[in-house]
Write a protein that binds this ligand. Structure first.
Ligand SMILES: Cc1cc2nc3c(=O)[nH]c(=O)nc-3n(C[C@H](O)[C@H](O)[C@H](O)COP(=O)(O)OP(=O)(O)OC[C@H]3O[C@@H](n4cnc5c(N)ncnc54)[C@H](O)[C@@H]3O)c2cc1C
Length: 465
């Protein structure tokens, strides 16, 4: 047992189980302080996440109390100056779990070299991922650009090495404070009313994540392969915000799923695999964080259309499945994957607006916003990503609605104006022609573009590149 203080830098690991950084710190030190760095600027364009984080901090603080560990939140302008000051103290050892955005891995390098220089002991651990991205490569040492072979290798690699044991967090001797300028999590809690809606749907804690996984495995995993496509049913796990903020480790998901032999399990784990693949892509091809992965798309004739973009964001395009998705996003901070694909395709192909606009808006509204998944998801939809949907595959929003929301219940849930529209017209309300039921153009907009025209224009634009 070391007699200095163990500091654990809390990033995206709001959990007690499978938290190697925290469990090792608590094993090595009698006194441990967990600290969270709140950089206001980072969240200016990630507003929904502020809600999740302030709630997570509160719940995790309570949990850590049981272990006599203090959680201190420090507001910082930038990480570098915070750590440069911290290095002057020297009466501590520091621990953290990695996060996999290239800029954070780069910052780890800065920290490591300065911790060494200052002779401060540090320990870094694998983060919320099955494999480190650089462990999975093709035979010739180059990275995979296609998902299926990537996942075949990644799955085997993960199974061959023994997954890390769930080391327990130990109780500390006494709860101490380390930082003088710690703030309360209430300072992060956003002021706008928008966020209050989220309270109805989510309670960000580790216990809830584990409970949600258990229910999903018991009740829904069997029908996941099929059920995951239908936004009008609870067909997916809805664990994405918990995974993003580390209320649950993906190894725990893997282990719990592997205990059962039921259909749906492989498909579900393959989705976790897409997350691994996306993390690998952004690290090997970091240019895709800001630009098209496929450079030929740099010449794509995107249109700037503020009116269309605003209608899309507000859920007022006149296409019910698109509008329902956008309103779900705004109300819940989450959107079903099938609908993410539909609204994404509509923005880039029907409206010819650059995918980066959609990426930015999702970043601000999603509680599960994750740089790797969001950028890759958008580039997949736009056709410019690695292993992406071909550009000429243009979703028809009417047919998508009729196929995946047959009875229109998803649309009716999010668009109250359409509640009385009969099933036959629910995905094309402009054809209803019955003002007693719906005054189209007044209660709900006419389509902002005509599907067939938009499709032709999109294909013409694509021909140009
Ligand atoms: C345009 C677009 C943007 C997206 N942005 C994000 C994002 O910012 N953050 C995010 O976590 N996911 C994103 N996704 C992927 C996917 O939509 C969500 O992960 C999924 O809807 C989360 O719901 P769930 O937890 O019920 O998923 P489930 O179907 O239960 O899947 C379990 C987990 O697997 C992972 N996963 C599932 N589908 C995908 C996928 N297609 N790609 C990568 N990982 C996946 C997630 O971690 C998810 O929680 C995006 C997809 C698209 C098309």
């Amino acid at each position: 047992m070391k007699n200095n203080i163990g500091l654990f830098w809390l990033k995206e690991d709001f959990r007690i189980s499978k938290n190697l950084g925290l469990s090792t710190a608590s094993k090595n030190h009698e006194e441990v302080v967990v600290f969270y760095l709140y950089k206001k600027k980072k969240f200016e364009n990630q507003e929904a996440q502020k809600w999740w984080i302030s709630k997570s901090l509160k719940n995790f603080k309570n949990k850590l109390d049981e272990y006599k560990i203090n959680l201190e939140i420090i507001e910082v302008e930038n990480y570098k100056s915070f750590f440069d000051n911290l290095f002057l103290k020297k009466n501590f050892s520091i621990y953290w779990n990695k996060t996999y955005e290239p800029k954070y891995l780069q910052f780890d390098k800065y920290l490591i070299s300065n911790l060494k220089k200052n002779k401060i002991e540090f320990n870094i651990f694998k983060g919320n991922i099955l494999n480190e991205f650089n462990e999975i490569k093709k035979g010739d040492g180059t990275p995979f650009k296609v998902f299926t072979p990537f996942w075949k290798n990644a799955e085997k690699f993960f199974l061959d090495k023994v997954p890390s044991k769930n080391k327990k967090v130990s109780k500390c001797r006494k709860k101490i404070s380390f930082f003088k300028n710690a703030i309360s999590e209430n300072k992060i809690y956003p002021k706008r009313n928008w966020y209050k809606k989220f309270e109805k749907y989510w309670d960000p804690s580790e216990d809830n994540a584990l409970e949600q996984l258990k229910n999903f495995i018991n009740e829904r995993i069997e029908s996941y392969s099929e059920g995951r496509n239908f936004p009008n049913i609870e067909g997916t796990s809805k664990l994405s915000p918990f995974i993003k903020h580390g209320q649950i480790h993906v190894e725990t998901i893997w282990e719990e799923c592997s205990k059962i032999k039921r259909s749906g399990v492989d498909k579900y784990l393959a989705e976790i695999g897409w997350r691994e693949f996306n993390h690998s892509l952004i690290n090997y091809f970091p240019h895709m964080l800001h630009r098209n992965y496929s450079k030929k798309f740099d010449k794509f004739p995107w249109k700037q259309n503020v009116k269309f973009l605003s209608a899309w964001k507000k859920g007022l395009t006149g296409y019910p499945i698109v509008d329902a998705g956008m309103r779900e996003l705004y109300s819940v901070g989450w959107m079903h994957n099938r609908v993410r694909m539909i609204v994404g395709s509509f923005l880039v192909k029907h409206l010819l607006i650059n995918w980066t606009e959609g990426e930015k808006y999702f970043k601000n509204c999603l509680l599960d916003y994750n740089e790797a998944n969001n950028v890759s998801g958008w580039q997949w939809v736009a056709g410019c990503g690695a292993d992406a949907a071909p550009y000429f595959r243009i979703f028809n929003p009417i047919l998508q609605g009729e196929k995946f929301d047959k009875d229109g219940s998803y649309v009716k849930k999010w668009i109250p104006e359409l509640r009385n529209v009969p099933k036959k017209f629910i995905h094309k309300p402009w054809e209803l022609n019955n003002e007693k039921i719906l005054k189209i153009g007044k209660q709900y907009p006419h389509p902002i573009v005509v599907h067939e025209d938009a499709r032709t224009k999109a294909l013409e634009a694509f021909k140009k590149i």
